[in-house]
Design a protein around this ligand. Structure first.
Ligand SMILES: C=C(OP(=O)(O)O)C(=O)O
Ligand SMILES: [Mg+2]
Length: 555
């Protein structure tokens, strides 16, 4: 969906109008999360590499640069500490004190005076400090790793490179990075206006998280890392266009226009319907109760949650969530929305759950992920199903539950049996593997509903890594082979009289949603921010027109 050539039907002004027209330069990538924003660039980088030592002509200047680097790192950490609360603030303050340590400064200055360039003086001073801490043992030895982070920051400053780690400049900014992990994206603060990455694909989990937060995002944007920090840019998350070198007034205009666009779309409400009244449920994709917070754009007035990605609750965690922790996280969602489809943990590939301790794999997308984790760790699914059932009891709700990456009928049968044994009333299977789509009719004898995950279904149908920015054309949900598989599932659902929805990113694309409705799916589940545009797109076409579009696309 990311390589659309034109903006969505109601996507606001064209990219070459307004502030975009006057921009000094352009870059483009794949727009993966709609909306526009503008602000100064801050690049996030990995740890800087120490270059070969440089001949030094002015040791005094090197010592001054080293001192300035330590000062800048401490000031940055103190500023972040002031903006943070509780434990996070304490940790940042402690780190700032470490960067401010006079012994560290003295050592770096001494080394510079002896002829080292600033970067090497800092590197050696930190190395000595690290050794001393490690030798003390206990708590202080554990802090040695923190010194590495400080060293990377100081080196980046001395070398004129972007700061490693998530930036926190104390003002709103556009985050630019080579790539972001889902955990980085989940941890972004409210001062991030938009994000742009050099790598990444339209259905990568980073893109999904950005969309979930309503954050305009562009991936696969070659050249973006060359923008200097502070350059004011405009980001169009629909078209993938970047306007470089905006004035502050132009940036403000971009923000105001986007707010007007969002307000206009939010004014539409009500259930999903084609122009002639054919119902297509509009559901939400969420990762936690936070995605349903009051005021979340698009979240109000929808017909339920179509995909609760439970693994997003526990990304990157080293400790397994306890039964009680799970119950309360699920109950928090069930208490807010009546109809929820919970997906059991979908670990693997780009969604690491270290607490599972899964062995490394050469080809993780084709390995033990999703429901397949059950082969190694059956107690994980048992605990989760029990926790979902308990949360349902405590909230007096009746969530539906589905498994990711179902491949065979036997897997669906076993999953349904175990889920029903806990008291869960409606059990479903995701269709993400072509084998499941081909056997949709048979699957529906075992489960109550199907939910088509077009992100993975495209990946496995076209043998194209969903994170690969160069393969976006193969992953385009309008590929006829993918539409054929969706049509097979929808037909099977009609025959069985059971719901078949789509919950992959395609469902939230206003150009594609009508095709899916035309193929006969009964619901579309998407990031809240996508709901208003999809509602508008469906309302503009009759069912026959949707069907005609689907037929045309398939041909
Ligand atoms: C909805 C899907 O699951 P996820 O994106 O979380 O893998 C999908 O694959 O389409
Ligand atoms: Mg999937």
């Amino acid at each position: 969906m990311g390589e659309k050539a034109s903006p969505p039907p109601s996507g606001g002004s064209r990219p070459d109008s307004g502030p975009w027209a006057g921009a000094a330069g352009r870059l483009s990538g794949l727009g993966v999360s709609q909306g526009r924003a503008a602000g100064p660039v801050i690049r996030m980088a990995g740890p800087p590499e120490l270059p070969a030592p440089r001949p030094v002509t002015d040791p005094g200047a090197e010592a001054a640069t080293a001192a300035k680097a330590l000062e800048a790192v401490a000031a940055d950490l103190n500023r972040r500490a002031a903006a943070a609360r509780g434990e996070a603030a304490e940790i940042l303050e402690a780190l700032a004190m470490m960067a401010d340590d006079p012994m560290l400064l003295e050592e770096a200055e001494r080394l510079a005076a002896e002829g080292a360039d600033a970067a090497h003086a800092l590197d050696a001073a930190f190395a000595g400090h690290r050794e001393a801490l490690a030798a003390l043992g206990g708590y202080l030895a554990e802090r040695a790793a923190d010194l590495d982070d400080l060293k990377h920051r100081a080196l980046a400053f001395a070398l004129g490179l972007p700061m490693p780690g998530l930036p926190s400049p104390g003002h709103p900014y556009v985050l630019v990075a080579a790539d972001l992990s889902p955990a980085d994206t989940a941890g972004l603060g409210p001062d991030v206006l938009a994000l742009v990455t050099e790598r990444g694909g339209p259905t990568s989990h980073t893109a999904i998280l950005a969309r979930g937060r309503g954050l305009p995002a562009v991936v696969a944007c070659a050249g973006v890392l060359e923008l200097a920090d502070g350059t004011v840019i405009g980001v169009d998350g629909s078209t993938g266009e970047l306007a470089i070198g905006l004035t502050e007034a132009e940036a403000a205009e971009v923000g105001a226009a986007d707010r007007r666009r969002r307000d206009r779309l939010a004014a539409g409400a009500g259930p999903g319907r084609t122009a002639d009244g054919h119902p297509v449920k509009l559901l939400l994709n969420i990762g936690s109760a936070k995605d349903l917070a009051p005021g979340t754009e698009g979240a109000e007035g929808t017909e339920g949650v179509g995909l609760f990605r439970t693994e997003f609750l526990f990304l990157g965690r080293a400790q397994a969530p306890s039964f009680e922790e799970q119950v309360s996280a699920y109950a928090e969602v069930f208490g807010q929305v009546e109809n929820v489809i919970v997906r059991t943990l979908d670990a693997g590939t780009d969604k690491p759950l270290p607490f599972l301790g899964l062995p490394g794999e050469d080809n993780p997308a084709l390995g033990v992920r999703g429901l397949r984790v059950d082969r190694l760790l059956p107690e994980v699914l048992d605990t989760q199903l029990d926790a979902i059932a308990e949360a349902a009891r405590r909230t007096g709700t009746s969530p539906w539950v589905m498994a990711p990456m179902v491949t065979t009928i036997a897997e669906a049968t076993a999953f349904a049996r175990r889920a029903r044994a806990t008291g869960i009333a409606r059990v479903g299977a995701m269709v993400e593997v072509p084998a499941a789509a081909l056997r949709a009719g048979r699957l529906l004898r075992e489960v109550d509903f199907l939910s088509i995950g077009t992100n993975d279904l495209a990946q496995y149908t076209f043998a194209a890594d969903r994170q690969h920015s160069a393969l976006a054309d193969l992953l385009d949900p309008r590929q006829p082979a993918l539409l054929d598989l969706i049509a097979m599932c929808a037909a099977a659902g009609r025959e069985a009289g059971k719901p078949v929805g789509v919950c992959g990113e395609a469902a939230g694309d206003p150009l594609i949603a009508p095709l899916l409705a035309g193929l006969g799916v009964t619901s579309l589940s998407m990031a809240p921010v996508c709901v208003p545009l999809v509602r508008e797109a469906l309302a503009g076409l009759t069912l026959a027109e949707c069907e005609e579009r689907a037929r045309a696309a398939m041909e």
